[in-house]
Design a protein around this ligand. Structure first.
Ligand SMILES: *Cc1c(COP(=O)(O)O)cnc(C)c1O
Length: 471
């Protein structure tokens, strides 16, 4: 399989795009063709272990890792120990309703990002070893990405991670979770600034080509193709877990921010998985819901992005959206480049009903809904009172929106994107109960913390990296 950029550049094979961030032309990596799975192919995956489903789904996209090596990577990644469950992503019914929760948050950092990040780090280690090189990951986090990435690179060879976070601005649990990690290849940098400052620092370092090359700077952000691909696997797994006749359709509802998780669902649909609707759940930061409901895609400035009680969805621009436009508009790089140019200059992407654009959006099966703080609180309460389950605020955004679109006989699968323990203040506000934690997280707030505080300064960041690496 060869990869191309949504804006036209040739990008090489899976391992090549694995190590790239943005494509050189500013676009995102996409496979040249989307492999097709027949209903019989899907049916044959019933009762197979997660790693084997992952192998079948991902294999056609990965031609430059041998069959045996890929199988080993997957078997070592998707273990019951690491994901605290034999099924890796178990599915369970919410009470007697037709809503199902797909549990994606039982991995090391208690959020869905672990599912892909664990695979990504194992692939990095494998490729770096083959190519006899090293990589220094530089990233910025407002919460979940940082700890998922750090847990994933823990103990990996030839791989360091420098993770910037806004000093004092993550939830107490998230801070404790990240800063308590102590390993020779993990560097926590708490920046005197906000999340956007952290992201700007990462961008500034990446603009310095000479520095980037000298220190082999890499990325693990949500546009990484390997993360999308790894996420598409659990859509298949969820479908198989329902126990319905293969071919019957299902709906998925996904709490969304950067559009990575739900785009993986769209990829699964395009591969042949019988998905009818993919429902985007947005919070008050509704750039995505506005597009699917009103037909406008308008990128928000950082200053317009609200801080909400589902903070991992607080975005003003959905980084993976370009991949979706590329697929629905017939894979035409020229058109995508022109559209992005327009968006980058403050433009709005607009589709008018009865146009061809409107009809391809509709055909893609996407629907959307919005949820506000009070909706999350009430949904957490209602799910707890109705079936005794505690859900986190992001998952509550999804369940709230899913209820609106529920139709009698179609199963509705809601993606659980974090465990409630990560956001206990909001959960306590809703039900007055402190959500339980896995044993290793009890008392984490009192563990020693590691890392450094740096000023919001590119020079200080660069000098930290070069001093740490010692060259
Ligand atoms: C990252 C994240 C999201 C948003 O996922 P996207 O792939 O960016 O759309 C939703 N919920 C939680 C808990 C997250 O960590």
């Amino acid at each position: 399989m060869r990869y191309i950029s949504t804006r036209g550049a040739e990008l090489g094979s899976f391992c090549d795009v694995l190590l790239q961030g943005l494509a050189p032309d500013g676009g995102l990596a996409m496979p040249e063709t989307i492999p097709q799975f027949s209903l019989a192919d899907i049916d044959a995956l019933h009762d197979k272990p997660y790693a084997q489903i992952a192998y079948t789904v991902m294999r056609p996209y990965i031609s430059d890792i041998s069959e045996q090596n890929l199988a080993n990577i997957l078997i070592n990644t998707y273990t019951a120990e690491r994901f605290r469950n034999q099924e890796i992503t178990p599915l369970s019914r919410l009470g007697s309703s037709n809503i199902f929760l797909l549990e994606l948050s039982n991995g090391p950092s208690l959020a869905f990002k672990d599912v892909a990040m664990q695979f990504l780090a194992s692939c990095f280690e494998f490729v770096l070893n083959e190519r006899k090189t090293r990589l220094n990951i530089l990233g910025a986090t407002s919460g979940d990405t940082g700890s998922a990435a750090e847990y994933a690179v823990l103990g990996k060879k030839n791989l360091n991670i420098f993770m910037l976070s806004p000093l004092g601005r993550m939830s107490p649990f998230q801070q404790a979770q990240m800063y308590s990690l102590n390993a020779p290849n993990i560097f926590n940098l708490a920046v005197q600034g906000v999340f956007d400052d952290c992201q700007d620092l990462v961008k500034a370092v990446n603009r310095d080509g000479a520095f980037k090359e000298k220190y082999a700077i890499g990325a693990v952000n949500s546009i990484n193709w390997a993360r999308i691909l790894a996420q598409s696997v659990y859509y298949f797994k969820a479908y198989l877990s329902l126990g319905i006749t293969t071919g019957e359709v299902v709906d998925f509802c996904v709490p969304s921010g950067n559009f990575g998780n739900i785009f993986a669902g769209y990829l699964a649909k395009r591969m042949g998985l019988p998905i009818r609707n993919l429902i985007v759940a947005s919070n008050e930061n509704d750039v995505l819901a506005e597009f699917f409901l009103e037909g406008n895609y308008r990128v928000r400035a950082a200053s317009e992005v609200m801080a909400t009680s589902s903070p991992s969805m607080d975005i003003g621009k959905a980084s993976n959206f370009e991949r979706y436009l590329y697929l629905i508009l017939g894979e035409n790089p020229m058109q995508i480049a022109a559209m992005q140019g327009q968006l980058n200059h403050g433009g709005v992407l607009n589709f008018v009903p009865n146009t061809q654009f409107a009809s391809v959006v509709e055909q893609s099966g996407f629907l959307a809904g919005r949820s506000r703080h009070q909706d999350r609180i009430e949904t957490i309460r209602q799910v707890y009172q109705g079936c005794g389950r505690i859900i986190d605020p992001h998952t509550a955004d999804g369940v709230f929106v899913a209820q609106r679109y529920l139709r009698d006989n179609t199963p509705m699968i809601c993606l659980e994107t974090a465990l409630p323990a990560k956001f206990s203040a909001t959960v306590q506000e809703a039900i007055g109960i402190e959500p339980p934690r896995p044993p290793e997280f009890i008392d984490i707030e009192n563990k020693p913390r590691f890392g450094s505080v740096i000023a919001n300064s590119v020079d200080e960041l660069k000098s930290f990296i070069s001093k740490t690496l010692g060259y």
